[in-house]
Each structure stands twice: as C-alpha cells, then as structure tokens.
Design a protein around this ligand. Sequence first.
Ligand code: DGP
Length: 139
Amino acid sequence: MQQYDRNNIFARIIRGEIPCHKVYEDAQTLAFMDVMPQARGHVLVIPKCEAVELTDVPQDYLIAVFSAAKKIIGAQRKVLHRDGIVQLQLSGEQAGQSVFHYHIHLIPGHIHELGKHESVAADQAQLAQLAAQLRAELA
Ligand code: DGP
C-alpha cells in the first residue's frame, strides 16, 4: 500500500494551504465540494488524521466521518432535491484512488447517471454557491 504523504492535496486543504469550498467542519472531519464532480452537489468527507485509505482510519475518526456524512446527506437531499446519494470510496491505486488521504464521496444521483470519475472541472462560482446552500442547510 501507499505511504501517507503529508503534502498530499487533502492534507494541504486541512492545513489551509489550499482553498476549498467548505461544506462542514468539526474537530475530526472536514467536508468540501469535489472540484471534478461526478454529479451536481458532489461532496468529499475526510478525517483530520493521517490515513491513506479505510484500513488506516482509527475507529473514532471513522465514526466522525460517517456521522458527518449522515448530516451532509440530509442537506444534499434538501438542496439537490435528490433522494439517491451514492457513497463511494476507492481504496488503493488499483481501485482508481488518486488522492491518498482517505475520503468518502457523497454523490447525489443514480449510479448509472454519474459523470466519469475525475474528468471535468466544475465552475468555481457554482461550487461556491452549492457549498453555501449546503452550509445554510446544515446550520
Ligand atoms: P479518488 O480517485 O477517490 O482519490 O478521488 C479524488 C477526488 O478528489 C476526485 O473526485 C477529484 C477530487 N479532487 C482532486 N483534487 C482536488 C482538489 O484540489 N480539491 C478538491 N476539492 N477536490 C479535488
């Protein structure tokens, strides 16, 4: 398996070195808009710990990530008016993982309707607007 790289893009987002369209944050997790969404409202949830993939994540952080995901899914359903939310996680390069900091994808829509993984960059203004709507719903 991949070694954890402290300079991976999500570690840098956690440290505030790179901007993101934040949706939710608590002591153990951060959630933000995916810049290459597979559907409108695609959110990533990450733990604030050094973990490449699922098997590296300590139990308390896993609970925190899934607790955050539950809240965000509720907000996505209201903002995007979609009941179906695909929850996706790629473990390892051979599965297609490209950012080696554990993250769960929360993607509104049907599995057969999703766009290609990591293919089209979204409009930043639209991402900012969606993040604001989701934050408002979570407040
Ligand atoms: P995965 O293949 O599961 O490791 O997915 C990585 C996801 O991260 C992919 O959907 C695109 C997204 N992504 C890549 N770089 C950035 C970034 O700098 N910011 C944000 N918000 N998302 C990113």
